[in-house]
Design a protein around this ligand. Structure first.
Ligand code: MD3
Ligand code: FE
Length: 199
């Protein structure tokens, strides 16, 4: 197994300062509701990105990475230094992350079981940071039929998915509303740091 779960990697003060930095990111690159390829069905999560590339989906062009925000047309804001430092410390990869997807989960938001396979390379791990309400995260195997298990992701937790686990199925069953007071309006933020192109 190459899933490494670092509980409470960020303490409360570090979580608060990260949230303050994310507020600035979201001011420059507003959250939007992604839509599914072909059907245009809205996802329940809201998203934005920072970094050289951002992950997007819409009805017309489907899942992809783009260098600019879909509404503003501006380049995504840079990835905050604290996240670049985290990657250096935990990713065991010789090049920095190129994309940071920011997912915002209000109560009731779910994310179905899926694989992250839109990148040009799977050599680098995906590093995830959770902030705010606890998530019931579901993790499976390399095929959709493999058995799954549940992991609780709490505010400040970091998970590294690398090696043979880079392409496993995973999703979010639900958010535990009211489990954290980090975000004034409640809910959960998840950050995923990724490489998009080969190093
Ligand atoms: C395992 N996000 O953005 S983070 C996603 O909590 C996504 O927002 C979830 O799945 C969230 O694609 C889960 C944990 C995670 C992220 C990426 C992975 C696990 C992963 C990529 C490969 C394997
Ligand atoms: Fe994913």
């Amino acid at each position: 197994m190459s899933v490494k779960h670092l509980q409470q990697k960020f303490d409360r003060a570090a979580q608060e300062s990260l949230v303050a930095e994310l507020r600035e990111v979201v001011q420059a690159a507003p959250l939007y509701t992604p839509t599914m390829p072909r059907t245009g069905k809205p996802m329940s999560v809201r998203q934005t990105n920072c970094g050289a590339f951002g992950w997007l989906t819409d009805k017309e062009k489907g899942y992809r990475y783009e260098p600019v925000h879909p509404a503003t047309g501006e380049p995504w804001p840079p990835i905050p230094d604290v996240l670049l430092k985290l990657w250096e410390e935990v990713a065991d990869f010789p090049a920095p992350p190129e994309a940071c997807l920011i997912n915002y989960y209000d109560k009731g938001t779910k994310m179905g079981l899926h694989r992250d396979e839109d990148e040009e390379t799977y050599d680098a791990p995906v590093v995830s940071v959770s902030l705010g309400d606890t998530a019931m995260f579901r993790i499976g195997g390399l095929t959709r039929k493999d058995p799954t298990r549940r992991i609780e992701l709490e505010s400040g937790d970091v998970v590294i998915f690398g090696g043979e686990d880079r392409l496993i199925y995973h999703g979010i069953d639900r958010i535990v509303a009211g489990s954290s007071d980090l975000l004034p309006k409640g809910g959960r933020i998840n950050l995923t740091l990724r490489r998009v192109t080969p190093a």
